[in-house]
Design a binder for this molecule. Structure first.
Ligand code: NAP
Ligand code: HSE
Length: 438
């Protein structure tokens, strides 16, 4: 066997520590699969005096990541720092220096991937990012290679472990939102800034990446509609269950003749769907290809070793291809760079068609429901189910919960505006989108 490939790791936190542990534990299998051993010679951290979750003997530890990307003897750089400033500079420098790069950083790929891949293509190096989406699930490789014979129609996924963990703990154990978030942080699931998780930004980064490799379009984070889980109340979780649904934070992307639709938001999913039963930190991605039909990928969405599993699989791929002509590698975004559609229409939310769950607080008197139904009917929205709760003794307002059939979001917005203006309706109408995922 050839000499081991020398690797430098930027960041030895949750993911970086997991990578070193997996590389050490499975060194023999990894070398046998890659055709060469892998040796981590250098790693950088912010503070060298901090205790580490992995052994560091044999690794030169420093607080100078630039020294690593500038070393001649290092062939592969693992960017496991996060963020889009320092990480961006280091990745671009590593590429310019002719290093292959592996990253778990979805923010970096979603925001700067087009530029990074173009640069890597020019220099002839690989930039691999399996760990950037859905933690340990090899979803990038599944779409890019396993489904490369298909035209992909749509995909939907629970792609943020932290939010799924929070929603599950709230639903199953009635736990408090902030308590569960703290636990997710302690377990190493959450982003450095956890608002990225709970406001849906992290899932939107991931959906942007999935959409590109599924549909052959440039990365366009700005075009991804983003809504998090902070406005979900226990009450909605309970009403959804009464209708036979679960509320999940879902990423949904579809390619139609009208354009490409990309959105992440809380979604009611029929409780009988497999994906509705994906709980805790687990993620799942449903991909619908024209030849294969629906396929479902399931696994841990965050955490040290599940993410390391994806990073190390990239490392094996990079080591295997070190000798391959750069023009003949699997393209970064699945489609050959010259074939990525440049004139793509990304659909605004107004044009998205979906069904809705609506909750309104209404005066408990005859005729109120009829007024709401009239507005919905005048805006072309038909009702699939309705439920009006019996108010407690002495209270004269009640929750009305409705499920609609599919409608253009623009029309629903008009209807909501008119309903909220009714004297008999109190406060804002709560709206959550519904997907049957047929
Ligand atoms: P983390 O535990 O906070 O580790 C970050 C590491 O980078 C630490 O070793 C830290 O040094 C170092 N670092 C932070 N800021 C730095 C800076 N400005 N300059 C140099 N070094 C710096 O983060 P993580 O959870 O491992 O996440 C790393 C990346 O993986 C992120 O892009 C994240 O989105 C992604 N990711 C994470 C998971 C997960 O489950 N955690 C899953 C998939 C993808 P110190 O240790 O000295 O502080
Ligand atoms: N914070 C992310 C999550 C890490 O919870 O899914 C994995 O990408």
């Amino acid at each position: 066997m050839l000499d081991p490939v020398k690797v430098g790791i930027l960041g030895l936190g949750t993911v970086g520590g997991g990578v070193v542990n997996v590389l050490q534990r499975n060194a023999k299998e990894i070398a046998n699969r890659a055709g060469r051993g892998v040796q981590v010679t250098h790693a950088s951290v912010r503070d060298v005096s901090k205790p580490r979750s992995c052994p560091t003997d044999g690794i030169v530890l420093s607080e100078q990541p630039t020294d690593i990307v500038n070393r001649d003897d290092i062939e592969v750089v693992l960017e496991l720092i996060g963020g889009t400033t320092r990480a961006y500079d280091l990745v671009m420098k590593a590429i310019a220096n002719g290093k292959h790069v592996i990253t778990a950083n979805k923010a970096l790929i979603a925001l700067h991937g087009n530029e990074i891949f173009a640069e890597a293509q020019k220099v002839g190096v690989n930039v691999a990012f399996e760990a950037a989406v859905a933690g340990g699930i090899p979803i990038i490789k599944a779409i890019r290679e396993g489904l490369s014979g298909n035209k992909i129609n749509w995909l939907a996924g629970i792609i943020n472990g932290t939010t799924n963990f929070i929603l599950t703990e709230m639903r199953e154990k009635g736990r408090d939102f902030n308590d569960v978030l703290k636990e997710a942080q302690a377990l190493g699931y959450a982003e450095a800034d956890p608002t990225f998780d709970i406001e849906g930004i992290d899932a939107a980064h991931k959906l942007t990446i999935l959409s590109s490799i599924a549909f052959g379009v440039p990365l366009n984070f700005e075009a991804t509609y983003t809504e998090g889980i902070t406005k979900i109340e226990r009450l909605d979780v309970e009403y959804a269950e009464q209708f036979g649904y679960r509320i999940k934070h879902l990423g949904f992307a579809r390619c139609t003749d009208n354009g490409v639709e990309m959105r992440v938001h809380p979604t009611l999913i029929p409780a009988s769907r497999l994906i509705a039963n994906v709980n805790g930190v687990m993620n799942a991605v449903l991909v619908n290809g024209d030849a294969v039909g629906p396929t479902l990928y399931y696994g841990a969405g965050a955490g040290s070793e599940p993410t390391a599993s994806a990073v190390v699989s990239d490392l094996v791929e990079v080591v295997r291809t070190l000798t391959v002509d750069p023009e003949n590698r699997v393209p970064h975004l699945a489609f050959q760079p010259g074939s990525i559609a440049q004139k793509v229409r990304f659909l605004p939310m107004d044009e998205v068609v979906t069904a809705y769950y609506l909750r309104l607080l209404a005066d408990d008197r005859p005729g109120v429901l009829a007024e709401v139904a009239r507005i919905l009917s005048e805006t072309g929205i038909s009702i699939e189910a309705v439920s009006q709760k019996e108010p407690p003794e002495g209270v004269n307002q009640t929750d009305v919960v409705l499920l609609t059939h599919k409608v253009k979001e623009k029309h629903l917005n008009e209807a909501i505006k008119r309903i909220e203006a009714l004297q008999s309706i109190k406060g804002a109408v709560k709206r959550i989108r519904v997907e049957s995922l047929h």
